[in-house]
Design a protein around this ligand. Structure first.
Ligand SMILES: [Zn+2]
Length: 249
């Protein structure tokens, strides 16, 4: 089975620190061939550290790695946005987190990030869920305004809103990170199998499910998501959509 994970992190999450090597070793063990990864250290505001982690990730992971630039609003004002863009990493995706930070969906800040994603011809990953301002539906208008730009609704939350956005916007995709299998199944039934990507948010499970066997847990997640659709649909969700968005190697 070919399996790509579109939602992976390295770095500091609460008390857990995951090095690029830790994450690469784990994903290799569970059979993941390619993955899209951002550094969750970004939330600490230590950009120097984030840059070091991402450079290391790309260096050791090579072609397996799809590097994701997690943009914070502060970076648009302090020069770090340009610094990250101009670094040696060839970003394949940009990301913003509307739960962790305030992103005005009508503001110049989000427009600047979208303009860069469009220029680089890469998707923009949007965290969804947690509060009104970051729920999937709050991005409807901004996604509609940019029909040429692909947006990925990370976590697909809440699922009715994710479905609504995907119905109105053919440029809206979704990932399955922490998405209950029954929600994935609902989206599949709506005909979105060609716009959904498997993803897990690993290694955050080490914190949320501390004490559990991570390999077993990962395989269980794969099995549950796989079980929520047909074989042909899983073919798309597990890797073909990822290839379509991030390129083949
Ligand atoms: Zn995440």
């Amino acid at each position: 089975m070919v399996l790509f994970d579109s939602h992976i992190h390295i770095g500091q999450f609460r008390y857990l620190y995951s090095t690029p090597q830790d994450v690469l070793d784990f994903l290799t063990k569970v059979g993941v061939d390619r993955f899209a990864v951002s550094s969750i250290t970004t939330c600490e505001g230590n950009n120097e550290k984030v840059l070091g982690e991402m450079l290391e990730m790309v260096k050791i992971g090579g072609m397996k790695v799809v590097p994701v630039f997690w943009v914070m609003p502060s970076m648009l004002e302090d020069g770090w946005f340009e610094k990250f863009i101009d670094c040696r990493i060839q970003w394949k995706c940009l990301k913003i987190h509307g739960y962790f930070c305030n992103w005005d969906t009508d503001g110049w800040q989000i427009e600047k990030v979208i303009a860069k994603a469009t220029e680089l011809k890469v998707p923009l990953l949007l965290h969804t869920g947690g509060r009104d301002e970051s729920d999937a539906g709050s991005y409807m208008n901004v996604i509609k305004r940019h029909p040429e730009q692909i947006f990925i609704l990370a976590h697909s939350r809440p699922v009715e809103q994710a479905i609504d956005v995907m119905q109105h916007c053919p440029n809206a995709w979704a990932d399955c990170a922490f998405t209950p299998p029954e929600c994935v199944s609902e989206m599949i039934k709506c005909g979105f199998a060609d716009r959904i990507m498997f993803g897990t948010d690993y290694p955050l499970h080490n914190v949320f499910y501390a004490g559990e066997n991570m390999e077993d847990l990962y395989h269980k997640i794969v099995d549950e998501i796989k079980g929520s659709m047909s074989e042909a649909e899983w073919d798309l969700v597990s890797h073909k959509n990822f290839e379509r968005l991030f390129g083949k190697i």
